[in-house]
Each structure stands twice: as structure tokens, then as C-alpha cells.
Design a protein. Structure first.
Length: 146
């Protein structure tokens, strides 16, 4: 089956490849919140995939750490719904579903043009595998190594 995406190309469910104007494959990842009120699509490979142990991220998601993939904002599209926003600290916006509470992303003034998307919100969280951890000094003593 082919899925047309904004006439810029097509996506093949069979091969899992995006074919753009130049017929070059691009990875398409999809995800959203727990209640499906918010859905998104990502085109392309992430710039980086990691686990963050900082206290701000830990509190924002309610877990010992959070895994993110970094992607240019131009490759990220909300396809359904409108996420709520929370300014968790100066220059930082976290987006989430106001209905079910799922944390979706982090955007910061210090990284303009980039969005950090939670791996747990992907339809296939195995799609992007973290390769490192940051803010390890804040890692909880009982948390396993990455």
C-alpha cells in the first residue's frame, strides 16, 4: 500500500520506506499520546538518540529517566490534535497531551530548530535506540546503566 504524504512523495508500507521527489528512501516514524488525541510523524533519521537523567526531565515524565531522539523541527509534524505546552524552565517548552498527560517533546532556546521527542511516545519505541546517557551525575542509584 502506498500512502501519499503532501504530494512530495509516497510511503510504502511494504518496504517501510519513504520515497521523496528524488526517489530517495527516508525513514518515517509515527507516534502520539496514550489516548490517540495527539499524533505525529517524523521524516528522516534522528540527529541523536539518548537517555536524560536530569531532574527536570525525570519530573516532567514521572520516571527515573527519559529517552529522546533529536530531530530538526522541520522534519517533525503534528498530524492530529494540538499538544498543550508547559514552560518547565526559562527557555524550555515541554509539549504533552492535555487529555491523558503523555509527555511528547522538549524544545529549548539553546537548541533552536531542534525538537527532542520522547521515544516512549513512538508507535515503535524500538525504532530508535539510545547510544548514550546525559546528566549521569543525576542518575538514581538504583537505575541500571545504559
Amino acid at each position: 500500500m502506498l500512502i501519499c504524504i503532501r504530494s512530495a512523495g509516497w510511503f510504502s508500507e511494504r518496504s517501510g520506506a519513504w520515497r521523496g521527489k528524488l526517489n530517495q528512501p527516508q525513514q518515517v516514524a509515527t507516534g502520539g499520546c496514550s489516548c490517540s488525541a495527539i499524533r505525529y510523524a517524523v521524516k528522516g533519521e534522528p540527529d541523536e538518540v539518548l537517555v536524560c537523567h536530569c531532574p527536570d526531565c525525570r519530573r516532567a515524565v514521572g520516571a527515573h529517566a527519559v529517552a529522546y531522539f533529536f530531530i530538526p523541527i522541520t522534519k517533525f509534524e503534528i498530524t492530529k490534535g494540538k499538544p498543550a505546552e508547559y514552560a518547565s524552565s526559562k527557555g524550555v517548552i515541554r509539549k504533552f497531551c492535555s487529555n491523558c498527560g503523555t509527555t511528547l517533546s522538549w524544545e529549548g532556546d539553546k537548541q533552536p530548530g531542534r525538537i527532542d521527542v520522547t521515544i516512549g511516545s513512538l508507535d515503535d519505541p524500538e525504532q530508535f535506540v539510545p547510544t548514550r546517557a546525559v546528566y549521569r551525575k543525576h542518575r538514581l542509584s538504583w537505575a541500571s546503566e545504559i
